[in-house]
Design a protein around this ligand. Structure first.
Ligand code: FES
Length: 124
């Protein structure tokens, strides 16, 4: 029996969110999804999927969702902030160049029944 205000059970884990069918999300492509109000950029790099919060750690600019074409903000496995040019590793979220010094959060990606899915696991 739990007393009011003393329930120590964890809240349910956040649900996985569909990004795109694997068949429609090939190498070199990216997608932007929103999970509980958080913009998440998902990338297929040579057949492996990666997900990052779509926000620059320098001053909050959207990265993939900035309105430019993917080709203008991606170079290999890096995403480039359109505002001041900081580069981040898509595979790890690491800040690679100033003026960003903090990483961008990364999220898990899975394939379930042919669907690429991601979730914000920061509150697990
Ligand atoms: S907001 Fe991204 S580098 Fe400044």
């Amino acid at each position: 029996m739990f007393a009011a205000g003393h329930d120590t059970r964890k809240s349910p884990m956040p649900e996985w969110t569909d990004v795109a069918p694997v068949s429609e999300f090939g190498p070199g492509q990216s997608r932007l999804v929103t999970v509980a109000g958080v913009a998440i950029a998902v990338f297929n790099l040579d057949g492996s999927y990666y997900a990052l919060e779509d926000v620059c750690s320098h001053d909050g600019s959207p990265l993939l969702g900035c309105g430019l074409d993917q080709a203008e903000v991606m170079e290999g496995d890096q995403i480039i902030c359109p505002r001041h040019g900081a580069r981040f590793c898509i595979r790890t979220g690491a800040a690679l160049t100033p003026p960003a010094y903090e990483p961008v959060p990364c999220f898990p990606v899975r394939i379930q029944d042919g669907m690429v899915q991601t979730r914000d696991n920061r509150w697990d």
